[in-house]
Ligand binder design. Sequence first.
Ligand code: PMP
Length: 405
Amino acid sequence: MSLSQLARAIPPSPTLSLNEEARVLKEKGEAVIHLGAGEPKNKAPIAAILSSVAKLTTGDIKYTPTDGTPSLKRAILRYTEEVYNRIVAPENVIVSAGAKQSLYNLLYTLLNPQDEVIVLAPYWVSYPEMIRMVYGVPVIVRPEDGSFVPRMKEIEQAVSSYTRAIIVNSPNNPSGVMYPAELIEALVQFCEKKGIYLIMDDIYHRLIFDGKTPISAYKYTTKDPENTHVISINGISKLYGMTGFRIGWVVAPKQLVEIMTNVQAQTVSCTSLVLQSAAEGALTGLQSAVETLRMTLENNRNVMMQELRSFNGVKTVKPDGTYYCLPDFRAYNADSVALSKFLLKRALVVTVPGKEFGMEGHLRLSYATTIKDITEGVARIKWALDPDSPKEIYIGERKLLRDWA
Ligand code: PMP
């Protein structure tokens, strides 16, 4: 079949394929433990449900303005002011179908073919692929072994005359690590001096632990909203656990938003009115749901760390936020894809190979699940990897065999 070379070169999303594999196993009745999930188990906040139901019951569900309904945009302006202490205009905001589409539209709008974007490893799986999808070139900067924080000197060295943007995701998927304020400050100053965009993927921005406060890149810019090179991406997926509602947004200079709006107009017209109403409800309703989710995640993170600490040879950097941690399993197997497959087959535990995030030898484990699944999941991984553990265990009636062959 004759297909676009570019489209054919795009691999399936590893996290979504793993979800599918786990779903099929579960459907067959297997006692799968999912430590691969990128979504929490909470219910959507009631304000979001009521707001979308109210809209739906009018029966008057039509196209909205391409860049989002005025009332959702007002809620986003308030959010930007409260969370970032940054006042922007409605023309600085565009709403899309999730932060994923926000980022794709942004990259499509920013890049010419062969333009480079700096991506900091470990990185979210979609960044390099999206950059390639718009004929750009991802340039990966790696941290020192044992750390998940990149060094400014190496970022500067990776920048060339083709560099158009640097993407920062802090706290970070997959490591959970939050970059220090000094690094964010240095990045803002460097980007604004060089005329490079600093794309802040702030999707986990407020889901942070240990009394830490979110770090805003805007704090370090001296430029107004039309001249700054700081662009922020946000959404309701992670903050409110509303992944299925598919609403995200970008805050950027008007000129950029105008072009992004043209791109969106020709591709999806707009996102659904019902879902925009849900996002508006979430943003304007009681914010206790965010704190409840944050506290649950912090507690889960603590349990996960405790379980991993008793794991010989596995090194883990304690996450500052997000849903994830990224332990180093090189003591057991340096091939994370093989290890992840082995664990799914032998222990029925879903993990995501670090290779997909540019961090071979590691596995991403999600603690956005129940305490029971975290403890049992890590116990099963230990059982499967420890050569001294029993050759077989029972999960209910089901016998699992530890087999290294
Ligand atoms: N950025 C990062 C770092 C993410 O982890 C995700 C979701 N996994 C997204 C963006 C996309 O989020 P959304 O559901 O809003 O598209």
